[in-house]
Design a protein around this ligand. Structure first.
Ligand code: ADP
Ligand code: MG
Length: 277
């Protein structure tokens, strides 16, 4: 009887939170081709919710391709093919019954080169992704969302007095945080970042890394980086990709970041994280 009572008891008063829960991403035996050329071979990974996972490995081993697969962008490339399955919180994101915008809304993407719309105002940049996925909000809700998103991206204090200035008025690091804010405004469950700091100077890089650490518990982050210090600083887990001598990319080893760096199980991982290739 106590068990039954537990079931019917009202839920504890929850703090009203506008933010969605971070999502778990799973890839099962994902292979990818560009035309005849196979570039990923049976990549499997379980990306836990509310953590930062870094994809590391040499140039050309398929990290960006894999990231695009996690967001259904691979299929936009002519001649690209895919096998395997990707699930967000247990649901196949490639299920033809599901609309593409559902996956895109839940899984945001930030690119290497900051790409705000340069002539558009800072506040309109934040809201730009929302119109792409078709959301309609009242004016006061839009203002709240602009503040919330810029605050989460660590940019609010710097831009609150100039929200109507164009995106191009910001520095490179600020532009990248604006792009992060634009992604967060859609309230994704996962944020994918492809070398988000490699176009930035060291100071801006540190600020963006702080932002990644700040939001990494609220939204699952998958970050591609070839900067080992950065992977060590920002990530909870790492997956080491390798494509040896023209073979398709595989994950050689994955696990908690401290294990990958301090106690790797594969000698190739040890060589890579210690800068030996
Ligand atoms: P990484 O991000 O690890 O540097 P990529 O995912 O960009 O690696 O590339 C993996 C392999 O796929 C590389 O050999 C690259 O040349 C090839 N590749 C990437 N994009 C395309 C494309 N659009 N068309 C054909 N080949 C591609
Ligand atoms: Mg890449």
């Amino acid at each position: 009887i106590p068990a039954v009572l537990d079931e019917v008891a009202p839920p504890p008063p929850a703090q009203p939170s506008p933010l969605v829960q971070p999502g778990r991403l799973e890839a099962d035996a994902v292979s990818a081709w560009f035309g005849q050329r196979k570039v990923l071979d049976r990549v499997s990974i379980d990306i836990p919710a509310g953590q930062v996972t870094a994809l590391i490995g040499p140039s050309g081993c398929g990290k960006s391709t894999f990231l695009r697969i996690l967001n259904r962008m691979h299929e936009l490339v002519p001649g690209a093919a895919l096998a395997g399955e990707v699930r967000l919180d247990g649901v196949d994101i490639y299920d033809p019954e599901r609309r593409l915008t559902d996956a895109r809304r839940a899984i945001g993407m930030v690119f290497q080169k900051p790409n705000p719309f340069p002539a558009m105002s800072i506040q309109d940049n934040v809201l730009a992704g929302l119109s792409l996925v078709g959301s309609k909000l009242r004016k006061s809700e839009r203002q709240d969302l602009v503040e919330e998103s810029l605050t989460r991206a660590g940019l609010w204090a710097e831009v609150r007095d100039r929200l109507r200035q164009p995106g191009s008025a910001l520095s490179g690091g600020q532009q990248q945080r604006l792009c992060i804010a634009r992604s967060l405004a859609v309230r994704p469950r996962v944020l994918l970042m492809d070398e988000p700091c490699s176009a930035l100077d060291p100071t801006s890089t540190r600020v963006v890394e702080e932002t990644i650490r700040e939001i990494g518990s609220q939204v699952t982050i998958v970050i591609v980086t070839h900067n080992m210090q950065q992977a060590a600083r920002v990530s909870d887990r790492c997956a080491f990709f390798l494509a040896a001598h023209g073979t398709p990319g595989v994950i050689v080893e994955q696990g908690p970041t401290d294990v990958i760096f301090d106690n790797p199980q594969d000698s190739r991982t040890a060589d890579y994280v210690n800068g030996r290739f």
